[in-house]
Design a protein around this ligand. Sequence first.
Ligand SMILES: Cc1cc2nc3c(=O)[nH]c(=O)nc-3n(C[C@H](O)[C@H](O)[C@H](O)COP(=O)(O)OP(=O)(O)OC[C@H]3O[C@@H](n4cnc5c(N)ncnc54)[C@H](O)[C@@H]3O)c2cc1C
Length: 216
Amino acid sequence: MSEFPATKLTKINRIPERGSYERAVIYPIIDEALICHVGFEVDGQPIIIPTIHARLDDMLYLHGAKASRMLKHIAVGHPVCVAFTLLDGIIFARSLFEHSLRYRSVVAFGSGGLLENAEEKLAALRVISEHVWPGRWQEARLPNAKELDATSIAAVQITKASAKVQDGFPTDAVGDLALPVWAGVIPIQFQAGEPIPDPQLPAGLPFPEYLKRNPR
Ligand SMILES: Cc1cc2nc3c(=O)[nH]c(=O)nc-3n(C[C@H](O)[C@H](O)[C@H](O)COP(=O)(O)OP(=O)(O)OC[C@H]3O[C@@H](n4cnc5c(N)ncnc54)[C@H](O)[C@@H]3O)c2cc1C
């Protein structure tokens, strides 16, 4: 895997040693994130929309209703900036000033358009479905022609991207190290909880094996 170019737009200014432009660092973060935040500008007004995503090589797939302003924006070739954030912990320092978070994040830039062909749309929906929970595509009823028509799917080519990873400990000033204040990290995990069956589920329907394999 190669690197994205470090351009003026993606140059990490603060604490650059935590940054990376390597696809090998960036892609696992995008793939582990269940959602992303898509930023775009309409008439000078910045807008950020949280949404589901999936990635295949340098292509990012976003889907939604035909009326989605974000998807209409992408449809006409306007650029987007997409942020992916994984929170790994809270860093407790002796001083409030040095408190921080453990995280892995990506900021990606690109543009693209909407998929028009039904076959391409289905293939992209499969990538999105498999990203959210591998195996679901095999069990659920697949979209019919009417549902497919009601769904817009944007393919955004990632042209620039950066990652930033904070996996350290507090960086208190030497003069604070002897303070009787607990310091360290409380890890934060994003994980699936106990399944809650739909009250309308027919009695006796077994919980499928693939849903027991937590992808996150
Ligand atoms: C969960 C979380 C919480 C954070 N909390 C704070 C906070 O409270 N205060 C604070 O100052 N900073 C915080 N940060 C860090 C913040 O995201 C920026 O990295 C930081 O503000 C310094 O930005 P900059 O001025 O170097 O970059 P900018 O000049 O703003 O950005 C230049 C380019 O650097 C890249 N870049 C910048 N930040 C990131 C990033 N996090 N991930 C990937 N690429 C990036 C992008 O390509 C961007 O276009 C947090 C980060 C995360 C993930």
